[in-house]
Ligand binder design. Structure first.
Ligand code: AHR
Length: 658
């Protein structure tokens, strides 16, 4: 079986480019039997979700709408992102913010260059003509009298295209705001602040936001990127990682308590993806935590997804850090466990509780209704399980209603995986997180992966997955393999409860890892074919699995076909998803066994390309997009024809079950 699947994909690859010409033959009819007499296991409404990590400049420089890099001068070199000119120094005495103590002192005595600072943004600053931008900064004068500052936007040709002034008045720290109204669109502009008057001024937390953010949230998200998330209709939103949960060591691990409260006083942390790959170094990659746990919860709500935070379990990244001192000893784990308990209070606790009060002060007195929590990302061995056990005990004792997710390590099979799954059963976690970044062949074979899983143990959370071809690029091939694989997730919805593709975002000029679901630059984004596969699944979940077989077997690779069927009890619709990875049209006799005879209207949504390597790009974003058409079928037996290299989603109306 495995060999013929591989053969099919290699044949596809071989004929790539000419598939459209040879694909005219239509195979003999295969029969799909859908049992419409009995609904199967429920499918979780949250089944298809998203996983966000600050990798590929996904947060600062991406989803988080802040346009200034190193706004608080807190990177290890406080001038990263900034080009000072004239007389500029970094100070820490009497700071404005105790946890972000560095600020810039600018002195001007009619030097030729003037005195001030230029900010480069994140590979430039994206500015749209006609939009408004809110500049804010904290400042105080050091010399006597008020001091005027000039604010500019500078384009790639070094021309100024927006100018405003602010007067700093007073020797105490104060916040100043000015609205910029540029008339030019520029993907790679710079921000400049220049002293006009003589004297000395201190500047801190210099921030520039588009006035429009997603859902008009202050300190909000970039509209197009957040909207793309909402458009996926994600059931669950996993955050903040990924390896970033572990950081490089204990000190740089993700600590959610550092990411809440006033944004100016959230201590900056290095981003562990800065030097992970020797061939792709990003010494300017830090986490401002402007997108912190409050914002993650709020965004979950705004896009209609269940929040799913992942917390550090007391271990450093086991790939990178082999220093035992960088793991928290088991007998000193209490602060880590408290972080988990306090997080649940932050999300769900009454406003009278310590952490519920902080949530309320941040603008959300109502609880966030947290139901899921993951402890540890990709951890393994007894180092992990002995720590996880303590978390499970403490969370169960205080919050028995919270569902706990444990890890099965970084690989989808092998010794660590085989050790961890029985351990997860022993610890009685609710779900086990599985990760697989694997080849097209693996994904096709994986359509059967969950058919034989233990139905009694914890449920599966396929928490990170993506089809990785040799060139590691997004393409129609990878999307099609994922679509085929996901038929197996849905068919096994009794055991697979959640799944999230990874990673989510990548900046075209600053990525570390690919493939990714959504690519963007400073002004626009492109949705990959993989995005559309995720969207087609999430928009067509159904409430229950229906049995769909070909010669009494689930359709998982026979004749290059992969299929799953679901019923939506709320709308009485039958939903059938079929991936045809072959290069031929396929005729299918659909036997909707048990459905009374008659005509049924519906829709067919098709994702197709005759070029397996075809991709969507920023300059050509619509090469592969789903196309919907109205259809009518005859029940209970009808014939459909599947395009070669296609993923088809049929939604058939008025299918009331008997
Ligand atoms: O998604 C990229 C990385 O892959 C994640 O941070 C990690 O969990 C996995 O190894």
């Amino acid at each position: 079986m495995m060999r013929s699947m591989r053969k099919a994909i290699s044949l596809c690859l071989f004929t790539m480019g000419v598939a459209g010409l040879v694909a005219q033959t239509v195979n003999p009819v295969s029969e799909f039997k859908v049992d419409m007499q009995k609904v199967g296991s429920p499918i979780q409404s949250t089944m298809y979700g998203i996983f966000f990590e600050d990798i590929n400049f996904g947060a600062d420089g991406g989803l988080y709408a802040e346009l200034i890099k190193n706004r608080s001068f807190e990177f290890d070199n406080p001038f990263i992102g900034w080009t000072p000119f004239g007389n500029v120094t970094i100070q820490t005495k009497n700071p404005c913010f105790d946890r972000n103590p560095h600020y810039a002192r600018v002195s001007y005595n009619k030097e030729l260059t003037g005195s001030g600072l230029d900010n480069e943004g994140f590979k430039g600053i994206g500015i749209q003509a006609g939009e408004k931008y809110e500049l804010s900064l904290y400042a105080r004068t050091v010399s006597d009298g008020p001091i005027k500052l000039r604010i500019n936007l500078v384009n790639h040709a070094n021309d100024l295209f927006e100018t405003k002034e602010i007067t700093i008045d007073g020797k105490n720290w104060k916040k100043y705001n000015v609205t910029l109204t540029p008339g030019e669109t520029e993907a790679h502009s710079r921000f400049r602040i220049t002293m006009i008057d003589k004297g000395t001024v201190d500047l801190e937390h210099i921030s520039l936001f588009p006035q429009k953010t997603f859902n008009n949230r202050p300190n909000g998200m970039r509209v197009d990127l957040a909207q793309a998330l909402k458009d996926l209709k994600p059931g669950v939103f996993r955050f903040p990682g990924g390896c970033i949960v572990e950081g490089n060591n204990k000190a740089t691990r993700y600590q959610w308590k550092n990411t809440v409260g006033p944004v100016e006083n959230r201590p900056t942390n290095i981003n562990r993806w800065n030097f992970t790959f020797a061939y792709k170094k990003f010494p300017d990659y830090y986490q401002s935590y402007g997108l912190g746990f409050f914002e993650y919860f709020q965004l979950s709500e705004d896009i209609g997804a269940e929040p799913l935070p992942v917390l550090n379990c007391g271990l450093s990244c086991q790939y990178e850090n082999h220093d035992p001192n960088e793991n928290c000893p088991v007998d000193k784990l209490q602060p880590y466990i408290d972080d988990a308990l306090d997080l649940i209070e932050f999300a769900n606790g009454p406003v009278s509780s310590k952490w519920g009060k902080i949530r309320s002060e941040m603008g959300h007195p109502e609880p966030f209704n947290l139901k899921l929590i993951a402890i540890g990302n990709e951890q393994w061995g007894s180092l992990y399980t002995e720590r996880l056990e303590l978390f499970v005990k403490a969370i169960r004792a205080q919050y028995p209603e919270i569902r706990i997710i444990g890890s099965s390590g970084p690989q989808s099979e092998g010794a660590d995986f085989d050790y961890l799954w029985p351990e997860m059963k022993r610890l009685k976690v609710d779900l086990v997180d599985e990760h697989f970044y694997r080849s097209p062949e693996w994904f096709l074979a994986g359509a059967k992966r969950y058919d034989s899983y233990d139905r009694q143990g914890p449920k599966v959370f396929a928490g990170e997955y993506a089809c990785h071809p040799a060139n590691r690029e997004n393409s129609f091939l990878t999307a099609l393999c994922e679509a085929a694989f996901m038929t197996g997730l849905e068919r096994n919805a009794d055991v697979v409860h959640l799944c999230t593709y990874a990673p989510l975002f990548a900046h075209v000029d600053a990525w570390q890892w690919r493939p990714d679901l959504i690519w963007f630059d400073n002004l626009s984004l492109v949705k990959t074919p993989n995005y559309y596969v995720q969207q087609l699944y999430a928009h067509n979940v159904g409430t229950n699995v229906l049995s769909l077989t070909m010669e009494n077997e689930p359709v998982a690779g026979q004749n290059d076909l992969y299929a799953t069927a679901a019923f939506d009890k709320n709308t009485n619709e039958l939903i059938i998803k079929i991936a045809n990875i072959g290069i031929q049209y396929k005729r299918i006799k659909l036997n909707l066994n048990g459905l009374s005879s008659g005509k049924h209207k519906g829709t067919l949504t098709l994702l197709h390309s005759s070029e397996l390597e075809a991709k969507n790009t920023l300059s050509n974003p619509s090469v592969i997009v789903p196309v919907s058409s109205e259809i009518e079928i005859e029940a209970p037996i009808t014939e459909i024809t599947l395009k070669p290299q296609s993923f088809s989603v049929y939604r058939i109306k008025d299918c009331k079950l008997k």
